[in-house]
Structures are given as structure tokens and as C-alpha cells.
Design a protein around this ligand. Structure first.
Ligand SMILES: *Cc1c(COP(=O)(O)O)cnc(C)c1O
Length: 416
């Protein structure tokens, strides 16, 4: 699945690195573009904000799901139009709102935020069109709601809609719901989309003006471990296309958005680390690798979470820090018959820096490489690279034509 010759070549220059493969990103964006009609996709930049990655995704027609002011501004810098940038996050500051307002559609996360925008818009003498994030009265699995820090409870929105309609400088034009990530069953997502249409119709009725967008959030999952059954994207695409047609008459002006981060980028990335040292201590063989917890934290987090979880306890609500026990593979590029049982650790001064315990791997020596899969999303961004002032892993981008661009500096410049 990954480009082995590029990995070997880059390993001559970089101690540890991410390699994002453009052709894999294009494969996944085209699966979305081909199977869904009447739907626009928004790329959730927080999954991987590397500008080379984001640019590739935008070039395939996707818009932006921005989770911060910086992601709004990055989208603008990369040249996508305002009507394709949607900014949704809890707890936006006045600074965030004032600086984002000209570059995106803001999706309000609370009633307080509506008032903040009303104030800014009144001062500027403009009318701002907004979306509202709703905490719905359903989940992926139940026809009842949950308590959440995200959005406005559906009941509260209905109670307040008449008042919101009276505001002079704010106009509600769209809805947003995102309840969870990483769903692998097409029928669960189909049912959720159906619920979304029903909710939207009732909000539109009460609002008394046509909704211009419905943002269904994310949920498109990917197979992390060998035992995951991949999401059937063709079936889901067909079912969604049908739903869009069915509800077109009742929601004639509504653009339909689906957000996705991991589906388009996760499989495109690998993380490559190398053996720095190896030692045996009281029967355990330790392989000491470069930048693990501090370069790609998620494999070490699995060890931490599993270490404190009760027997059989199901760990949920930890996305994107934790997905499942076997979410990542550790591949060696060795062609040998000799295997041994090893514990993989990193080179930080903490014993929490362990990515695998007692696993069977081909016999490794100093400078051998380990390639970790599913590193295209929630990988570099989540990792505490400043810990112990280590050198950072490089972030490299493998273009379709086989050339490799070093995009490390580019990433550090986002917030400047
Ligand atoms: C993080 C996030 C996403 C992306 O989730 P994926 O599972 O990576 O597709 C989409 N929408 C919202 C609101 C999010 O917070």
C-alpha cells in the first residue's frame, strides 16, 4: 500500500518522517466524487493541515471544514472561495469571530455566539448569514439524543427560533450536525442522513425561509485493523444520492455537505521511524526507535489506554486520540527468516514511550526502519513534538510523478 522505494530513498536523508502519497489521496477523493451525486464534500482540515495535502484535496473540488480561525485563513490562502469554507468549533472567541467573518460561513455553536455575531455585524452595519450547529434528538444508533458540549440542543433551538428570526444583522441559512466519526456501516449512515433531512425540514418550516445548506458532518470510517470490514462507499453513495433526490422538493435551495477528514487522507500516510538502539534487560528485548510518542503519539496512546482500561471495557468517545486496539501496523522492510519477540519503545526519557509490547517481528538491527500505517490523519498534528526538544520528524509529500517535496517548514508556517 505504501511506496517502498520512496521510503527507502527518503530514509537516507531523514531520521524519522511522514510520507504522504498524493496518489492515495486522489484515489479516495475520486471514490467520493464518483459515488455521490448532489453532495458536496468538505475536507476536515484538522485531520491533516499539511498545505500540500490540503491543496491536493481542494484541487479535487472539496471545500473546507475549518475547526479554527487558522484553518479558515489557510483555506483562504490556498485560494478557495468563501462559500466553500465552513467554520465550526465550540468556544470561538470574539477575536476568532471578528477575523473569520469575511472569509467563511460561521456555524454558531451556541446562542451566546449568535449574540456575539449580531453585535459584530451591527457595528459593521452588515447582515451575516450563519449556520447553526444542532445537537439533535438522535444518534447514529438511537432515536433519542445525548448531552453534548457541541451545538444547540434541537429543543432549545426550536424554542428560540422566533427570537433568532427577529435579529437585524444575523440570518440563519444552514444547519450542521456532527455526532461521531469512524462508522463502518453504510446502513447506519443512511439512517442518520434520513434523520438529518427530517430534522432540516422541521427547522425550515419553523424558520419560514428556505435553508441554503445542510451539513451532515462526518462519519465515514476507514478500516484501521485487519479485522475491520471497510465501509461500502458505493452502497452508501447510491443510498445517499437517492435520499438527496427524495428530499429535493422539500429542500429545494439546500446544498448538501458531508464532512470528512480521515477517509480522504488517513491511508495516504505512513510514519517511518528507525532503530537507534537495541538491548536486552531481564528477558525483554527493547528496540529503541526515533521519535515515537513525540513523533506519532497514537500507537503509544493505545498502550496507555489499554493499560488503564478495565478488562473488557469498551473505550469510546476518545476519537481521534484512540480508535481501536490494533489500529496501526508495524511493518519492517526486512526479508529474513529470523524472528524475535520485542518491545518497541521510543527515545524519550519517559517509560510511557512504548508503542508495542512483546510482538513478533523480523530480527532488527541498528538503522533498520519501521513503517507505521494509517498515519495520514490525526498523526503529526496530535503529537507533542516539542517534548524533550528533539528534532522533529520531517513531513514529506510524494507527488504523483514520483518526486518528493519536503513540506515540513510549510506546516510550521501555518500560524504565522
Ligand atoms: C473532526 C471532525 C470531522 C472529521 O472527522 P473524520 O472522522 O476525520 O472524518 C468532521 N466534522 C467535525 C465537526 C469534526 O469535528
Amino acid at each position: 500500500m505504501f511506496n517502498q522505494s520512496s521510503v527507502l530513498q527518503q530514509a537516507q536523508q531523514h531520521e524519522s518522517f511522514y510520507l504522504y502519497d498524493e496518489s492515495q489521496i486522489l484515489k479516495h477523493t475520486s471514490q467520493l466524487n464518483q459515488n455521490f451525486s448532489g453532495v458536496e464534500f468538505l475536507y476536515s482540515i484538522k485531520a491533516n493541515p499539511n498545505p500540500m495535502v490540503v491543496k491536493t484535496v481542494f484541487n479535487q473540488g472539496l471545500g473546507a471544514d475549518a475547526a479554527s480561525l487558522a484553518e479558515v485563513l489557510l483555506s483562504n490562502k490556498l485560494g478557495i472561495q468563501k462559500d466553500k469554507v465552513y467554520y465550526s468549533a465550540p468556544g470561538k472567541s470574539t477575536y476568532d469571530l471578528e477575523n473569520a467573518i469575511d472569509y467563511c460561513t460561521i456555524i454558531v455553536d451556541s446562542l451566546t455566539e449568535v449574540q456575539s455575531i449580531q453585535k459584530i455585524a451591527a457595528q459593521r452595519g452588515i447582515v451575516v448569514e450563519i449556520g447553526v450547529r444542532i445537537n439533535p434528538n438522535f444518534t447514529f444508533y438511537k432515536q433519542s439524543g445525548i448531552s453534548s458540549k457541541f451545538g444547540i440542543d434541537a429543543e432549545i433551538l426550536f424554542e428560540n427560533l422566533d427570537n433568532l428570526k427577529q435579529l437585524q444583522n444575523v440570518k440563519i441559512i444552514g444547519l450542521h450536525v456532527h455526532v461521531q466519526s469512524q462508522e463502518l456501516k453504510a446502513d447506519v449512515l443512511e439512517k442518520y442522513y434520513e434523520n438529518m433531512f427530517a430534522l432540516s425540514i422541521s427547522v425550515q418550516e419553523k424558520l419560514g425561509s428556505p435553508l441554503q445548506f445542510l451539513n451532515f458532518g462526518s462519519g465515514l470510517g476507514i478500516s484501521y485493523s485487519q479485522s475491520d470490514v471497510p465501509l461500502d462507499i458505493v452502497t452508501l453513495g447510491n443510498a445517499t444520492t437517492k435520499l438527496v433526490q427524495t428530499f429535493k422538493e422539500q429542500l429545494p435551495h439546500a446544498r448538501i455537505f458531508i464532512e470528512t477528514g480521515r477517509f480522504v487522507v488517513s491511508k495516504s500516510g505512513v510514519y517511518v521511524t528507525r532503530v537507534l538502539d537495541k538491548k536486552v534487560s531481564r528477558e525483554t528485548t527493547y528496540i529503541i526507535l526515533s521519535n515515537t510518542l513525540n513523533g506519532f503519539i497514537r500507537p503509544s496512546m493505545i498502550q496507555m489506554f489499554m493499560g488503564v482500561a478495565a478488562d473488557g471495557e469498551e473505550l469510546t468517545g476518545l476519537e481521534p486520540l484512540f480508535t481501536s486496539k490494533n489500529a496501526f501496523e508495524f511493518l519492517t522492510l526486512k526479508d529474513t527468516e529470523e524472528y524475535e519477540i520485542v518491545t518497541l519503545t521510543g527515545n524519550l526519557c519517559t517509560s510511557a514511550d512504548v508503542i508495542a509490547k512483546d510482538i513478533r517481528l523480523p530480527k532488527l538491527v541498528q538503522d533498520d526502519l519501521i513503517v507505521i500505517t494509517n498515519a495520514g490523519s490525526y498523526a503529526a498534528v496530535l503529537s507533542p513534538m516539542q517534548f524533550a526538544s528533539m528534532r522533529h520528524p520531517a513531513q514529506l509529500f510524494l507527488k504523483k510523478d514520483g518526486s518528493v517535496v519536503d513540506a515540513t517548514e510549510f506546516v510550521q508556517a501555518i500560524n504565522d
